[in-house]
Ligand binder design. Structure first.
Ligand code: GUN
Ligand code: FE
Length: 421
């Protein structure tokens, strides 16, 4: 691939606290990777064509670390329920339909398209218990070139009969899923016990053996609501904390461990996640909709806990992770308002970091526009009112609060521009 040069207002996260902003910067990309960012184009590149986006913002593409692809068609429905009723009344019957490939294919095709539409090029996705539909989503993401983890869901108890696996079948199908998806270029399989209340101890231990055999990571829901924590500790009486169930099974030893929600952790949960460098996923829309609670994200930032963002479709109503950037600031302010003694609001740069560089750290060299990162990028435009100029940081913040996919005027994946209508 030849060198390509892009000019615009380049914004990415310097670190967890600060934006790095280059107005009128030149990004030089070779073979899909960034080889430099300059305020003035060096002599050696003179004469090469420059794609000039003017006042367009060039930012890294987003990462969504928690999304249920199988719940896509359920967005915005049943949102007046609490978690357990929402699962049994809406989600479980809906997920059961993925036994049919006729049903699954168009849904999963639509998910891939919507991820690209909203600039999410890296994602960790739950499917359902069904092997064939899960394999289809894996191939669809791989075909589109997106970076992803895909997990066939495991659940073998406390679930309706139509969505409850036999433990041995669940382990056998999961091993088949891992074995047959080792060769993905950008997509990898990940172990996905739904959450502790719907998994037996034997199943979790069996998954731990698979993690050891295939050096595979895990994603699940952890410390999601008070009801979930309570029921987990009753169902697993030999354990002192939700995270200990997975740790003792050997599920945190390899590959990323990605834990959605993490709202009510005990000291031991926190210790286990810290020592395993696990990634937590804050999903503010979802935990509002199903009234799980609000992650103490300001306090966690201070402790250096890795935190990313997730849409948690369909607990969350939209694939647009940039909106979760705004929501995470909003919810942190509410949390600090009601519980000021142990919480504080986060800043916009902290929130943007979670959706880009932090989430991107679970994948290969994505989430930033620094030298060495893959050019997975978005161009944002039309974020100013006529005659009232905004700074790049202001335009980015406006996009996350009030913009939408119409503001994404170009998309680059591995240095290749995606045509998108
Ligand atoms: N906990 C267990 N299953 C689910 C799910 O599908 N969505 C959410 N948000 N939480 C869960
Ligand atoms: Fe979820």
């Amino acid at each position: 691939m030849a060198k390509n040069i892009y000019r615009g207002d380049v914004v990415f996260s310097a670190d967890a606290e600060h934006l790095h902003i280059t107005e009128g910067g030149y990004l030089v990309v070779e073979d899909g990777f960034i080889i430099g960012l300059f305020t003035k184009l060096p002599e050696e590149y003179a004469g090469l064509p420059v794609t000039d986006y003017g006042r367009g913002l060039i930012i890294p593409a987003f990462s969504d670390l928690h999304i249920h692809a199988s719940q896509y068609v359920q967005r915005g429905i049943g949102m007046d329920k609490l978690l357990f009723d929402w699962l049994s009344d809406y989600t479980f019957p809906q997920e059961a339909r993925f036994a049919s490939m006729e049903y699954a294919k168009p849904v999963y095709d639509a998910v891939v398209k919507d991820l690209i539409r909203h600039g999410t090029f890296h994602a960790s996705l739950f499917t359902t218990i069904h092997y064939d539909a899960s394999a289809y989503l894996f191939q669809a993401l791989e075909g589109a070139g997106l970076s992803a983890y895909v997990g066939k869901v495991n659940m073998d108890c406390n679930s309706p009969e139509f969505l409850c696996e036999d433990t041995d079948d669940s382990l056998r199908e999961t091993e088949r899923f891992l074995a047959e998806h080792q060769g993905g270029k950008t997509v990898r399989p990940i172990l996905t016990p739904r959450f502790a209340p719907t998994c037996s101890e034997r199943l979790i231990k069996g998954l731990g053996k698979l993690a050891q055999r295939y050096h595979c990571g895990i994603q699940t829901h952890l410390c999601e609501s008070l009801a979930e924590v309570d029921s987990t500790l009753k169902l697993f009486p030999g354990y002192r904390a939700d995270a200990e169930i997975y740790q003792k099974a050997g599920l945190l030893d390899y590959g990323p461990s990605i834990f959605a929600h993490f709202i009510f952790p005990s000291a031991l949960d926190l210790e286990i996640l810290h020592s395993n460098r696990s990634m937590t996923v804050h999903c503010p829309d979802a935990t509002t909709n199903i009234t799980a609670g609000i992650m103490p994200v300001g306090a966690f930032h201070d402790q250096g806990l890795p935190i990313s963002l997730g849409s948690d479709v369909a607990g969350g109503q939209s694939v647009a992770v940039y909106r979760q950037v705004a929501r995470s600031v909003q919810m942190s302010k509410l949390k600090a308002f009601y519980e000021p003694e142990c919480n504080h609001a986060i800043t916009f740069p902290q929130a943007f970091y979670m959706a880009t560089k932090a989430g991107g750290s679970c994948f290969d060299r994505v989430g930033s526009l620094e030298k060495g990162f893959r050019f997975d990028a978005l161009v944002l435009d039309h974020l100013e009112d006529a005659g009232i100029p905004l700074t790049p940081a202001e335009r980015l913040e406006r996009f996350c609060y009030a913009g939408d996919d119409r503001n994404i005027t170009a998309r680059y994946l591995g240095g290749r521009e995606l045509a998108f209508d």
